[in-house]
Design a binder for this molecule. Structure first.
Ligand code: SAH
Length: 496
């Protein structure tokens, strides 16, 4: 095998958990990998970025409990590099800081395997920051030290406490929840002030992050009392006294809230992003998928008005138009209705500004508000370009108005099968359309959904959800931004 044909191993740091703390280099590597070998510390949000079709190898390990021995992990990397072009070894935080990255590289070097290393934001700094603790500050210390709480092969570490106390810097203990007594007694015995401020950050940078602020003499008890579990940092030093003032993260309005995103996978990223920005934990659970219907031949020439009720509808229609060698100019004499500002946004991408956007996201409002504009007579006709089996309400209103119309399906919605969810851990369910409600009902035991809190876009979506037993709220406008605002408001997250 020539050198070029051999694979390259990328040793990549995934950061402490928050997806946005992944470096651009890391994102590029995981998106183009053939194989990803990963640990338990890599967050689900980051794993979700890896394209379908990539091979995954889980070598996750817990402190003191190694499902896949380290030697074997290194061998797996060498073996995979013989088979494929690009192997990514993805690790939490930075790959070299207590990440055994060095050990893995040594085996690659001795086997002549080509490699790259992509540093990551280490949790020792990232999780401290999200806990409001700056690891250094000129008024408090002039050094920072990272220390492991476990020795080689799971033994108790051999920490030189007198030396650490003498340094008078910030001490960050990792993998140390299990050795908290050894650490706090060691520091006290070496003469550290019992009132020294300490901070514990568990699951740092994730929506469910927890923080405990204590003093050295109370540290071990506070860790136990709060049932702190790995992964957690134990930070000892005067900088911990800044934690209240500098804590922006736990004050985000949706912190700790698990929010179910039922939208199709292709659409879900924007809502998930907004939830994350507000501190919430989006749980991606696409219950429907949309598929363009092909071939289509909508009778555009027979109608003066084209009505689009969703962004997928717009995409399906215009992609077909472009495939036929035409563009928006072929619609220059049409009046275009867009239901929902997102539908209008997508129309703009295809070079069309909607002539009319109804104030609400339902068939009744759409037809009657449009009729009132006096732009057309009922017999001019409306071509409805929407999903197969769209809502009956729109048709009924068209009939009442006496309009000529054709209900032309240009995409269809299928339910996606899932394993059932632990609904008790979910704070909010988001429904952006009626089909999301039906999709979720099709995957779960209906009794377990009764009384769950759901936020809906559109009156019809809300009606279906409330008829199905959900406790429902509806967003003011037909946009996901408005939907999120409503969740924040109802969670008591607004200061006003
Ligand atoms: N290479 C990693 C550290 C691996 S050792 C890094 O640079 O972050 C594993 C230890 O890291 C855990 O026991 C815990 O002390 C710490 N850790 C990792 N992720 C963490 C997180 N999200 N919050 C708090 N501590 C974390």
């Amino acid at each position: 095998m020539s050198k070029k044909e051999k694979g390259v191993v990328y040793l990549v740091g995934a950061g402490p958990g928050d997806k946005d703390l992944l470096t651009l280099a890391a994102e590029k590597a995981i998106k183009s990998a053939d194989v990803v070998v990963y640990d338990r510390l890599v967050s689900d949000d980051i794993m979700a970025l890896i394209p379908a079709g990539t091979k995954f190898i889980n070598v996750g390990k817990n402190v003191g409990d190694h499902p896949v021995p380290q030697e074997r992990i290194s061998e797996i990397l060498v073996e995979e590099a013989q088979k494929v072009q690009k192997v990514v070894r993805l690790k939490g935080g930075d790959p070299f800081l207590f990440g055994r990255g060095g050990e893995e590289l040594q085996l690659l070097v001795s086997n002549g395997v080509d490699f790259r290393v992509i540093p990551g934001i280490t949790s020792s700094i990232g999780a401290a920051t999200y806990g409001g603790i700056p690891v250094t500050h000129r008024d408090y210390c002039s050094s920072v030290h990272m220390i492991t709480g476990v020795g080689k092969r799971g033994t108790e570490p051999n920490i030189n406490f007198p030396a650490l106390v003498k340094l008078d810097g910030t001490l960050i203990f990792m993998m140390s929840v299990g050795s908290i007594d050894y650490i706090s007694n060691g520091l006290l015995d070496a003469g550290m002030d019992p009132n020294m401020p300490c901070g514990v950050v568990e699951n740092g940078t994730r929506s469910y992050q927890r923080k405990v602020i204590s003093t050295l003499e109370n540290l071990a008890n506070d860790v136990r009392k709060n049932y702190i579990k790995s992964p957690a940092l134990i930070i000892v030093g005067r900088v911990c006294s800044l934690s209240e003032d500098f804590d922006w993260f736990s004050k985000l309005p949706l912190i700790g809230k698990n929010i179910l995103v039922t939208q199709p996978k292709s659409k879900a990223s924007r809502l998930a992003e907004l939830i994350r920005d507000a501190g919430g934990n989006p749980i991606l659970y696409p219950v429907i998928e949309t598929k363009y219907i092909r071939p289509i031949n909508p009778p555009v020439d027979e109608f003066k008005v084209l009505a689009f009720t969703s962004s997928v509808g717009v995409e399906s229609f215009f992609e077909d138009l472009l495939d036929k060698g035409k563009d928006a100019r072929s619609l220059s004499d049409k009046i275009i209705i867009a239901v929902g500002s997102q539908t209008a946004e997508v129309l703009k991408k295809y070079g069309v500004i909607a002539d009319f956007i109804p104030s609400k996201f339902d068939g009744q409002t759409m037809i009657w508000e449009f009729a009132e504009t006096g732009k057309v007579e009922p017999e001019d006709g409306i071509l409805l370009l929407r999903a197969e089996k769209g809502s009956e309400e729109t048709i009924e209103e068209l009939e009442k108005w006496g309009a000529r119309y054709i209900d032309y399906p240009i995409y269809r919605t299928n339910f996606v099968d899932h394993e059932s969810l632990d609904m008790d851990s979910i704070d909010w369910i988001t429904f952006t359309s009626k089909s999301c409600v039906s999709g979720l009902l099709s995957t779960q035991d209906k009794n377990k959904l009764k009384g769950r809190t759901a936020i809906c876009i559109g009156r019809q979506t809300e009606k279906l959800a409330s008829d199905s037993g959900f406790k429902t709220y509806v967003s003011e406008e037909a946009t996901i931004v408005s939907m999120l605002d409503r969740i924040i408001e109802l969670s008591g997250g607004h200061d006003e």
